[in-house]
Design a protein around this ligand. Structure first.
Ligand SMILES: [Fe+2]
Ligand SMILES: [Fe+2]
Length: 250
């Protein structure tokens, strides 16, 4: 994992999006723990920079789920989501960038570092080993929380908001009524299913616990960012910002 390359790529992609307020959203991200947070406590990319790497992985996966960029009209940048060779949705490249890179922004101010005793099998001694735990400083849920945070700074198109809101798909749904609502939402906004698919592809196929799987590493030979590297990371604020000027969801 190349930490600086990931930051540069992430910021270049977001700043390529023409959306008022993106500079303020980027400033929020830079001040938060987004670049240092893990993607999970233990399942995938449970390491410094894991959330950043996962977000880029979902972008790469979503691009592969959708077709290449096309320009039906001059200046347009559209990807078509095809099912059985028919287009079910035309998705702007800006939307591809926004939903993939920001779908898990809810994981800012979400994790904390702790230590536990682990036996060193070679020496037989017990040693303190760092691990991640959940310490949600903004307990607002998951997909809906991501949409809420983003909406503090930029407008979302309707398909973008639906895709981010429902990006966990049926894995987050336990009751039939909500499942039926999600099914209706997917039918109306296929980007939900495309993003959910890309999210699963990233977590299941591309990522191991502390690094992308070898075939999905962009930079060969770079050191992985393990929890012990945390001392080199920037100092972060303790508390998330308070929502004061939220524009209403519509
Ligand atoms: Fe998520
Ligand atoms: Fe995700």
């Amino acid at each position: 994992m190349d930490y600086m390359e990931n930051i540069n790529r992430f910021e270049a992609l977001l700043t390529s999006v023409n959306r008022p307020g993106m500079d303020k959203l980027l400033a929020f991200i830079q001040k938060s723990d987004f670049y240092t947070a893990p993607a999970s406590t233990k399942y995938h990319l449970s390491c410094n920079g894991g959330l950043l790497q996962h977000s880029l992985n979902v972008f790469d996966a979503l691009e592969s789920v959708l077709g290449p960029i096309e320009a039906p009209k001059p200046g347009e940048r559209i990807r078509y989501y095809k099912v059985a060779w028919n287009n079910v949705a035309a998705i702007e490249q800006d939307s591809v960038i926004i939903v993939s890179l920001l779908h898990d922004i809810c994981k800012t101010y979400f994790y904390a570092k702790s230590t536990r005793n682990v036996k060193n099998e070679q020496t037989g001694k017990w040693e303190k080993a760092p691990y991640y735990t959940v310490d949600d400083k903004m307990p607002l849920g998951h997909g809906a929380k991501s949409a809420m945070i983003i909406k503090q700074y930029i407008d979302l198109t309707t398909p973008e908001m639906y895709a981010i809101w429902w990006h966990m798909g049926y894995t987050d749904v336990t009751d039939p009524t909500t499942a039926a609502t999600l099914s209706e939402a997917i039918t109306r906004y296929p980007l939900i299913l495309a993003l959910h698919t890309a999210d699963m592809m990233a977590a299941r196929f591309m990522e191991s616990e502390t690094e992308n799987k070898a075939e999905f590493r962009r930079t060969n030979g770079s050191a992985a960012f393990y929890a012990s590297d945390y001392a080199d990371m920037p100092t972060l604020p303790d508390e998330p910002p308070i929502f004061e000027e939220a524009t209403p969801l519509c």
